[in-house]
Design a protein around this ligand. Structure first.
Ligand code: SF4
Length: 291
């Protein structure tokens, strides 16, 4: 049986064809602001995934209106999800979170929220807030797991453990909220067998969706400095090698877990490694041709 497409999953959940609209609500992360660490994850450069209309100085409403304008006319029947993507989108006092989420949901044709966060920023108050919103709208929480190996989590300065990720996923799902997991393949020092064991462990959790991509070494990051000095080993996949590895992973995942994305393409001016020079559609073509 063919695996369900992520877009069909969203259409079922929301009853419409939906487009995610990125919101940068001006959050930070506990491994950036000193509460747990400094500098953030070693590979992180938020500029690589924040679109031009996701400017934190504009209000949530304004960002959503600008993004709607950007997509207007593509599909007149389209509705929207507010995608709180940049940094850790549950890392603020509970009243502030409520205010920001309510503001997004007040925008016309926004049907729900997709909230990207870290597992250590989902305390019981936050989970209760998400549960309450989910009862009226639909919420998807995207949790950055990255790997199940604590030694790697430490090396990349995540400042949380694998156990913390398992616990967060279980607690959010127990409250009826849909959870997606985010993984990075090719983290420093990891072998393909290490990555497969992460995928197998994550697949035991009650997630609905999974998103993974290859590690990208981005200009201006701590990882780039470590890589340039030769202090870390980063796997050197060709696009075809990586596509073959993705196929092995997708084949291992149970049908109940939908695969949202398997590759990421940072802007070429930021990307140091791997430089495949492919657009996502070109990568997917390679992937589709691997049986
Ligand atoms: S938690 Fe996410 S946004 Fe924050 S430093 Fe790490 S990768 Fe970047």
């Amino acid at each position: 049986m063919a695996r369900q497409q992520y877009s069909d999953f969203l259409r079922q959940l929301y009853g419409y064809r939906v487009q995610k609209l990125n919101v940068n609500a001006g959050f930070t992360c506990p491994n950036r602001d000193g509460s747990k660490g400094r500098g953030g994850c070693t590979y992180c450069n938020n500029a690589s995934f924040t679109p031009s209309f996701g400017c934190a100085s504009a209000s949530v409403t304004q960002q959503l209106l600008d993004a709607k304008k950007f997509y207007a006319g593509k599909y007149s029947y389209m509705k929207y999800l507010a995608y709180f993507q940049s940094f850790t989108n549950t890392y603020a006092p509970i009243e502030r979170l409520r205010e920001l989420y309510d503001e997004a949901l007040a925008v016309e044709d926004v049907l729900g929220l997709v909230i990207s966060t870290r597992p250590d920023c989902l305390n019981d108050d936050v989970v209760e807030l998400l549960q309450g919103i989910n009862e009226e709208y639909k919420v998807i929480v995207e949790i950055g797991v990255e790997t199940s190996h604590d030694s790697t989590l430490e090396l990349i300065n995540r400042c949380h453990s694998w156990k913390c990720a398992q616990d967060a996923i279980n607690r959010v799902v127990q409250r009826g909220v849909t959870v997606g997991a985010h993984l990075i393949l090719g983290l420093p020092g990891e072998t393909e067998e290490d990555m497969i064991s992460t995928v197998d462990e994550v697949a035991k959790l009650p997630i609905s969706t999974i998103k993974f991509h290859q590690l990208q070494v981005l200009r201006g990051t701590e990882l780039a400095r470590q890589w340039e000095r030769g202090d870390v080993d980063v796997i050197d996949w060709s696009a075809k090698d990586y596509a073959q590895f993705c196929r092995r992973i997708v084949n291992r995942l149970p049908e109940r877990i939908l695969v949202e994305r398997i590759v990421s393409t940072a802007p070429s001016e930021l990307l140091l490694h791997p430089k495949w020079g492919l657009k996502p559609a070109q990568f997917y073509e390679i992937f589709q041709n691997i049986l």
